[in-house]
Design a protein around this ligand. Structure first.
Ligand SMILES: C[C@@H](N)C(=O)N[C@H](C)C(=O)O
Ligand code: ZN
Length: 243
């Protein structure tokens, strides 16, 4: 090989190596900021003390717990385990309502506050497997109403978000701006057309949730994120495998 060809060859090898190196760093960066959802495997016994595998790196955690075991006075109507939801299909094969333990502790504090005033929290959704998020996104590609599973995912996928409303002592739902998962501007927190009663009820729910460490979102009055949600990984533990 003549010297100039040799030089070109060396430059080419260095260029390819550098490119591979930079791509590797960028890939790790995407994983770290959760632009790529980690693939998760786990044992399915509760509480989950299994290994989750994130691109081959084992991470041990204990996390999701069943809500009923900690506060049976939280009312549960897991809509995606019924046909009474925006898909019209049973999406959750089992009505298993799970949350990260720290998130649940905060929700119980909210429920205790509200019980003193004659109300309770009703849960429509809590932990939602990442594959379900992809299914929802395939139906409604609108970030106002469904968190993009290919961007940051949903805090539901981390077991750190809840879709909730208020009920009275007889379990009757209080008036709120709209029903669950009404994907329109009527569900916005600043909807100017909501009734005075709905506003009062929503204000009570919102102020209680914020007091105990949740963050509301502007486009869905029923959705609250644990303010510490991003400490937890995206999970894809299927509900039908929960024992
Ligand atoms: C689908 C709806 N109930 C909901 O939870 N939307 C938010 C934005 C989410 O997907 O995180
Ligand atoms: Zn939600």
């Amino acid at each position: 090989m003549n010297p100039s060809k040799k030089l070109i060859y060396i430059f080419f090898v260095i260029f390819i190596s550098l490119l591979g190196f930079i791509c590797g760093i960028y890939f790790d960066y995407l994983v770290s900021i959760n632009k790529l959802s980690p693939v998760v495997s786990s044992v399915y016994k509760l509480p989950f003390k299994g290994r989750i595998v994130t691109y081959g790196k084992p991470v041990s955690y204990s996390g999701l717990v069943p809500v009923v075991d900690y506060d049976p006075s939280l009312k549960i109507d897991l809509r995606y385990a019924t046909t009474n939801n925006f898909t019209g299909k049973v999406v959750y094969p089992k009505p298993v309502c799970l949350l990260q333990k720290n998130t649940l502790d905060k929700l119980i504090e909210c429920n205790n506050d509200l019980k003193k005033q004659g109300y309770r929290i009703k849960i429509w959704d809590a932990y939602r497997p990442a594959d379900v998020q992809k299914y929802f996104w395939s139906i409604v590609k609108d970030r106002r109403f469904i968190a993009d599973p290919y961007l940051h995912g949903s805090r539901h996928n981390r077991g750190c978000a809840v879709d909730i409303t208020l009920v009275d002592e007889n379990g009757k739902e209080l008036e709120m701006p709209t029903g669950f998962d009404e994907f329109s501007t009527a569900a916005y927190r600043n909807n100017p057309n909501m009734s005075a009663t709905a506003k009062k009820n929503l204000d009570l729910l919102t102020s209680t949730m914020i007091k105990h460490g949740f963050k509301p979102i502007e486009t869905e009055w029923w959705h609250f994120d644990d303010s510490e949600a991003d400490k937890y990984p995206i999970l894809n533990i299927p509900l039908d495998e929960i024992q």
